[in-house]
Design a protein around this ligand. Structure first.
Ligand code: NAD
Ligand code: UGA
Length: 458
């Protein structure tokens, strides 16, 4: 088959790998290469143990790898040989200098721009896949077009909306694809090239085009709105606990209003993941930069409620367990920031585990996919934390069991047996409201859900 387009992606992470695998899967006529500076990551993409766990991803990679999907560390060759370059490098929160703790750290992004500039020998379309502050494309364009070889670069914004755990489904049938371009003749031509790629499997009416700044901002705003819904329901969960209302009933009633909708209204221990916090901080920083103090405060409150929710969880535990956790054994069911992923970045479980260790508790962490990351996240806590994959085994001899990730397997445990293997009185703190609380109470547990009255035997 003749190769119709040669596509490169710089950055083989949670976004770059799955996104390019989907393009290669849907478009056998294109040759797709993914490059990264991290040789170990590339080696894993080339192995049977992919660096990212996503339901359905292994099959797609197995089907395309070596055919029209390639993983490599040869960045110069990749840049020289491909005309369409996605950039999907990490854009974490800056930890130093101006904007520390809020602004996006653009060093990886700028490094990529300079590499493209160095190795490009022909015109390129460069596509921002990473989530970036508004106007970053302008900086990229300035760097690239500062070249003295007369090579033309077009920069597009094409933010990614996939969620971890459902990445394959989200990539296969996205709600929308957003492409921002400059409104010049060249910008629109570049935009149409990218539209053509997605049109291989995405219905045309779902491919939105906009100006480049709207596209960059829409990504930050989408994440901010999603996080805001979670903080809204979590704030209400605190009120439910004071008033004997049930947050699940409230969210069902509220979500049935078609103007509001039912999604993202599950009260929890708080949102985690690599993006919500960093993207909201980024939005807050932008607002402050433009002197919009009230707008910045408004979005900052979404983060404050998220921290408050995690603190409340710990305080509920301490209060329920007779004001001391010292030397008590606490089992954490789930360490990933959500189910169906091994990712633990910004997982509320990290905070909860650390707070428990501060209280001199002994922590047992259990998770079907995230134990490797959990060990790395809690490396410095030493002997206070142990790791046991089997949930029932992990709970054995514990004073309390906390559900921190909504893995389906936790719903289907033998709670009778688990109860009998635990210290008494046995406590259950369901940070995801996924268990059958009445049933657990009847077995003997003292049950503390989120946003509902506790069920206790005292
Ligand atoms: P990641 O950390 O998993 O992957 C980024 C990769 O880029 C790393 O493997 C890193 O080694 C590589 N890299 C960094 N600098 C490089 C360079 N100069 N040359 C080559 N490779 C380089 O990050 P991610 O989760 O894939 O996120 C990437 C971007 O996508 C971020 O901006 C993020 O906000 C955004 N995003 C992430 C998600 C998600 O679910 N994780 C969803 C939508 C958008
Ligand atoms: C989120 C967005 O959903 C994606 O659209 C976006 O592309 C991505 O961020 C990104 O930019 O990185 P992700 O963080 O992977 O995706 O997962 P979500 O499903 O959004 O969950 C985020 C957190 O919110 C998890 O900790 C989850 O448990 C929590 N959550 C979610 C709740 O506490 N309650 C809910 O009702 C929904």
């Amino acid at each position: 088959m003749t190769v119709e387009k040669r596509i490169l992606c710089i950055g083989a992470g949670y976004v770059g790998g799955p996104t390019m695998a989907m393009i290669a899967h849907k478009c056998p006529q294109y040759r797709v290469t993914v490059v990264d500076i991290n040789g170990e990551r590339i080696a894993r993409w080339n192995s049977d143990r992919l660096p990212v766990f996503e339901p359905g991803l292994d099959e797609i990679v197995r089907d395309t790898r070596g055919r029209n999907l390639f993983f490599s560390t040869d960045i110069p060759k990749g840049i020289a040989e491909n005309d369409i370059i996605f950039v999907s490098v990490n854009t974490p929160t800056k930890t130093f200098g101006v904007g520390a703790g809020m602004a996006a750290d653009l060093r990886y992004w700028e490094m990529t721009a300079r590499e493209i500039l160095k190795y490009a020998k022909s015109p390129k379309i460069v596509i921002e896949k990473s989530t970036l502050p508004v106007k970053t494309a302008l900086a990229m364009e300035r760097i690239l077009n500062s070249n003295h070889h007369g090579i033309a670069f077009d920069v597009l914004s094409n933010p990614e909306f996939l969620a971890e755990g459902s990445a394959v489904r989200d990539l296969e049938s996205p709600d929308r694809i957003l492409i921002g371009s400059e409104q010049t003749e060249e910008g629109l031509r570049a935009r149409d090239t990218l539209v053509e790629i997605y049109a291989n499997w995405v219905p045309r009416e779902k491919i939105l085009t906009s100006n480049i700044w709207s596209s960059e901002l829409s990504k930050l705003v989408s994440n901010a709105f999603l996080a805001q819904r979670i903080s809204s329901i979590n704030a209400i969960s605190a009120l439910c606990e004071k008033t004997d209302a049930d947050v699940t009933e409230v969210s069902r009633a509220v979500g049935m209003d078609s103007r509001i909708g039912p999604k993202f209204l599950n009260a929890s221990i708080g949102f985690g993941g690599s993006c919500f916090k960093k993207d909201i901080l980024n939005l807050v920083y932008l607002c402050q930069h433009y002197g919009l103090t009230e707008v910045a405060d408004y979005w900052n409150a979404v983060l404050r409620i998220n921290d408050y929710q995690k603190d409340r969880f710990i305080l509920t535990m301490i209060n329920a367990m007779f004001h001391t956790l010292s030397d008590k054994k606490i089992c954490l069911w789930g360490f990933a920031f959500k189910a169906d992923t091994g990712d633990t970045r910004e997982s509320p479980a990290i905070y909860i585990a650390r707070r428990l260790v501060e209280e001199n508790a002994r922590v047992v962490v259990s998770d079907p996919r995230a134990l490797e990351n959990a060990r790395a996240d809690l490396r410095d806590t030493g002997a206070d934390v142990s790791y046991v994959e089997d949930p029932a085994e992990a709970a054995r001899g514990c004073h309390a069991l906390c559900v921190l990730t909504e893995w389906d397997l936790y719903r289907h445990q033998d709670f009778e047996k688990i109860y009998h293997s635990m210290e008494k009185p046995a406590f259950l703190f369901d940070g995801r409201n996924i268990l059958d609380h009445e049933m657990c109470f009847d077995i003997g547990f003292n049950v503390y859900p989120i946003g509902k009255p506790p069920l206790t035997h005292f």
